[in-house]
Write a protein that binds this ligand. Structure first.
Ligand code: GLN
Length: 305
């Protein structure tokens, strides 16, 4: 396995040249586009690492399935899905195009920014500090890494420049989907996106989802199985933005990408995979990371379909 991973990383590394790092969040623009790394954690607890696996990066949209899970645990399905839908959009992750045409005007799913900001606003807590602590605590628990924290530079950079998300959130407040304080919801969303991780952390998160919400080490149930199934289904239908259909055909594994170039994959009952490759394709997914997962899926027959 170790040798296979090493070979696949080197075989796909040249694809990084064809992508670009995200620079609409200025701090993300500083990432090294040539990097490519992967970690696999299997159900037996074996860990395999290759390439630039020790690179640090932020969760960005990979935080969306985790916060969705917490919001579902906090509020139940009915309350959450009154506010966000269950359908793919076919539009980019930060699109506002359809929002005004929908009736009711709720975001189509929780993996696009409009849906994710709405979901974040549903997290319970007595104040914004406690709400963020609950999100961070959940991420720490499911990544088996109690040391995780925010990358302040990335957080402040997005907070300063995130006007598109601000526009989306204020629109949602106007139509009654987002309730409460808009700036608080946005601040929480920017913070969850800025949690700093490595491939091993997100491979553990993938493993937790692959393991149906049960902590692999302690056997403790952290989240109900049926809620982890909902989250993984969204990862299949909407997890790779408007490239989710193609990814499902080529890789066939529930996955969620982020504009930092990370991808979390959960192969049900088999393994969690964490990939980093900051150079992105036109849809905002890691260009070499997707190719690497395609090869890996073929070699190990990972497709769930
Ligand atoms: N923080 C980013 C944003 O809202 C996350 C987007 C992403 O990873 N696709 O723009």
């Amino acid at each position: 396995m170790q040798l296979l991973l090493k070979r696949l990383v080197e075989q796909n590394r040249h694809y990084t040249k064809y992508g670009k790092v995200a620079n609409y969040i200025p701090e993300l623009g500083k990432m090294d586009p040539d990097k490519l790394g992967i970690v696999i954690v299997d159900t037996g607890g074996k860990i395999y690492r290759a390439g630039d696996y020790d690179l640090k990066f932020t969760l960005q949209s990979m935080s969306k399935p985790i916060v969705l899970l917490l919001a579902l645990m906090d509020n139940g399905e009915e309350t959450v899905f009154k506010k966000v839908g269950k359908e793919p959009t076919g539009d980019p992750f930060n699109s506002m195009r359809k929002l005004e045409t929908l009736s009711p005007p709720k975001p189509l799913n929780p993996m696009i920014n409009a849906g994710a900001i709405t979901v974040t606003s549903l997290i319970k807590g007595k104040d914004s500090k406690e709400k963020f602590e609950r999100i961070l605590d959940m991420v720490r628990k499911i990544s088996n890494n109690p040391r995780l924290n925010i990358n302040m530079d990335v957080y402040l950079s997005e907070k300063k420049t995130g006007d598109r998300n601000r526009a989306i959130a204020y629109f949602l407040k106007d139509v009654g989907i987002l309730e409460g304080d808009v700036e608080e919801a946005l601040d929480l969303y920017f913070k969850q996106c800025s949690i700093e991780v490595t491939c091993e952390d997100i491979a553990n998160i993938g493993m937790f989802l692959a393991n149906q919400g049960i902590d692999r080490k302690t056997g403790k149930v952290i989240a109900p199985k049926y809620l982890t199934q909902i989250v993984k289904t969204f990862m299949v239908t909407c997890g790779m933005y408007d490239e989710s259909g193609e990814f499902a055909i080529n890789v066939g594994v529930p996955s969620k990408s982020g504009v930092s170039g990370g991808i979390i994959s959960a192969v049900p009952n088999r393994m969690g995979i964490g990939v980093i490759g900051p150079a992105l394709n036109a849809k905002g997914n890691s260009i070499a990371g997707v190719k690497l997962l395609m090869d890996l899926s073929r070699e190990l027959k990972l497709s769930i379909f």
